[in-house]
Design a protein around this ligand. Structure first.
Ligand SMILES: [Fe+2]
Ligand SMILES: [Fe+2]
Length: 158
């Protein structure tokens, strides 16, 4: 289910990127953003879609990482402290980069966006190879159940 959540967030990131491109294509050099008739509805719509997708990814990502930190990392620390610290550090870098990008203008062109996508993809690969492989074989049922409950907050179909 953690893997499914990664895949879902990959799709959300791709959609966010598309929305950012759409916004940056339509829109407004700022001088042309307002006409005599008021705000440009196409640009406004594109911006609202972009904001929505941003917020959805943010909620899912923060919830996913918080769930791992609350439920899996404490157990991982018992068996592999170095790996637990490394994953925790990657979470910090992911949060930091996401906040730095900000929900906004230039998202599709920002080099930070590419950096963020790479951070996320490397982190996901690392977790799949070690943490998730270990958790699916070793994690007690109560932890698995608690994880599912947490992920369901943003992944209702899980
Ligand atoms: Fe993680
Ligand atoms: Fe993860």
């Amino acid at each position: 289910m953690l893997l499914a959540d990664h895949e879902r967030m990959d799709r959300m990131l791709a959609e966010l990127f598309e929305a950012a491109q759409a916004y940056e294509v339509h829109p407004p050099p700022s001088s042309r953003r307002f006409t005599m008739d008021g705000p440009d509805p196409v640009a406004e719509e594109a911006q609202s879609v972009l904001r929505q997708k941003w917020v959805m990814l943010e909620e899912s990502l923060m919830n996913h990482m918080a769930a791992e930190e609350a439920l899996l990392f404490p157990v991982l620390r018992q068996v592999d402290m170095a790996e637990a610290l490394a994953l925790q550090g990657e979470h910090q870098a992911i949060r930091h980069t996401f906040m730095e990008i900000g929900a906004g203008i230039g998202l599709a062109r920002s080099p930070l966006t590419h950096h963020f996508a790479q951070l996320l993809s490397k982190h996901a690969q690392r977790e799949s190879a070690l943490l998730y492989a270990w958790a699916s074989a070793q994690a007690p049922q109560n932890i698995t159940d608690a994880l599912r409950m947490r992920l369901k907050r943003t992944f209702v179909d899980l």
